[in-house]
Design a protein around this ligand. Sequence first.
Ligand code: XMP
Length: 515
Amino acid sequence: MDTSSIVILDFGSQYTQLIARRIREQNVFSVVLPCTAPIEAINAQKPIGIILSGGPCSVYDADAPPSDPRVLALGLPVLGICYGLQYITHHLGGKVRSADKREYGQADVTLIDDTPLFDGLKPTQTVWMSHGDEALELPEGFHLTAKTANAVAGIANPEKRIWAVQFHPEVHHTRQGTALLRNFLFKICNATPDWTAEHFIQSTITAIRHKVGGGQVICGLSGGVDSAVAAVLVHRAVGDQLTCIFVNNGVLRKHEFFKVQESMRDKLGLKVVAVDASGRFLGKLVGVSDPETKRKIIGNEFIEVFDDEAKRIAEQSGGVDWLVQGTLYPDVIESSSVKGPSQTIKSHHNVGGLPETMKLKLIEPLRDLFKDEVRRIGRDLKMPEEILQRQPFPGPGLAVRILGEVTPERVALLQEADEIVVTEIRAAGLYQQIWQSFAVLLPVKSVGVMGDQRTYAYTCAIRAVHSEDGMTADWVPLPYEVLKTISSRIVNEVRGINRVVYDITSKPPGTIEWE
Ligand code: XMP
């Protein structure tokens, strides 16, 4: 894309993606590269400035991440953050030492230099610190720009165009952090704020048109926001050369198979092939209770159904060349960074995954975007809010919310209960504030009484969690009245469930889904 960009070199901080987002919020494009990226890869982004992120290591650690030393000699403006400051200090001849006390949390900083980085900022700042090492001696040509009561908080060498701060301007708790980042972008790098939704849409459409030419394209819809926005973008570029495939795997939510067709085909005008394969999926799930086996069956069956449909479309249209995927930027960053060994808690089989046997070329129109940016693009594309604001829904659908065997009867019960939960959470105005809210069907029957009748029926658990990214989560203290309405509606309206319980487990130690 032909916009000015900021390259962020990732030294492993938990806040690196946040830096990228803060920059983009200023309508300036930013790219995260591993700190080990060679200078050629950095230059390929045509950066107008470079940010060195924080990181968990000490510059003296044997496994301190190496990076190309030429970065500091490119002549481009550089902003070091936290570890970035120590990296600059260490590599340009200064001294870093392990601090007596690890500084973590809010701190007060005094700005003692009128560097353009601090333009318009108050002389005393509340900032967010998170580091164990500190700069002791500054490299030649550098001077102190900010300090805490007893440590270095900012340094600069304007001649070399290098600035650095020990604190984290990207974190909310650094009150004037955004102003500082804006100074770096607009006063130091002379950035142009041209990374806008409109610009992105126009240039993406042109690029897709150019790439695809007269070829045929297919796209798997999951009902979620990413695949929907990706499909609409591609449709704007190549119209009916795009065919979308939407599979009913038998474990969708109530009416979802029809609702998605209605939005995508009737409201947005896309060509959608809707395949009701629910019988095929539920047939394969008979007698299966193990969560991972359920996931595998649904994942494999999806690939087969998708493959069959793709072949049919290819026969009708004279061949399919391209597959659209709704890959987002966090996945791109994650797959390019180095990961340690980790245990598989759950294998996530996402609907819309690439059938490996299909030799299709990929179009990933969202691979530069974060989730909130995808929603903004969707809004500019005039897509319905009900798609854009949808809470995440797992690929294996209700199958991982029905504990034990998945039967048509149990799916129908859970669809009814789930519909009530979603309706009531929406009615209370809470749907968009909550990461996920749903019902889980437990294979536990208990005794109840309705009217004068004894009942013996299933238990349903309600789960609602706040989360940033699904990695950790807190249970939501739903208002008492909302819980009361949900419980009474489920027990009264869903024949087969006579008890409702509320899940008050956070993640960790729980997971969001029960399976
Ligand atoms: P857990 O249950 O692992 O869920 O805490 C974290 C997030 O991932 C979703 N999830 C899945 N998504 N396929 C998916 O596409 C899966 O198999 C799957 N399992 C969990 C879950 O809904 C939550 O948002």
